[in-house]
Unconditional design. Structure first.
Length: 142
């Protein structure tokens, strides 16, 4: 075998190994078959929104989270075979926000009510003026 052939074989094996490794590291996205709407108390700024979004994204089955800080709403699109709204509510509470499940909907029902798909045009706007110099919210300790 020539040196060129050996180098080509090694390169192909290296690329294949990298691709297989990356395939295992990529998290398969959850499918949305249910949308839960939570009414929350205590959100005051985008830092609150970020904490909720990051916390819920750690739950298996959660595909998308929308947070409306001024309105006090958290909307979660998830796979109902992987997680239940009560578990999501518990996660929001552990993050530091009292909440109540207001509704569970199909994605189609959500689309009919809101006029768009879950996760499209999501916004986490809001501001309390209580955010500290590091961007953390000073109005509620989590």
């Amino acid at each position: 075998m020539s040196r060129k052939n050996i180098i080509n074989i090694v390169l192909v094996l290296l690329v294949a190994t990298i691709l297989v490794t990356l395939a295992f590291l990529v998290r398969a996205g959850a499918t949305v078959d249910t949308v839960a709407v939570f009414r929350t108390i205590g959100m005051t700024c985008s830092s609150c929104s970020d904490k909720i979004t990051k916390g819920l994204s750690r739950e298996k089955g959660v595909a998308v989270t929308e947070v409306d800080v001024p309105g006090g709403w958290v909307v979660v699109g998830y796979d109902s075979k992987s997680v239940k709204p009560e578990v999501l509510s518990g996660r929001i509470k552990r993050i530091g926000f009292e909440n109540k499940v207001q509704a569970t909907l199909t994605p189609e029902q959500f689309r009919q009510i809101v006029g768009r798909d879950i996760g499209k045009n999501a916004s986490s706007a809001g501001g309390c003026g209580g955010c500290g110099p590091g961007g953390g919210c000073n109005t509620k300790k989590q």
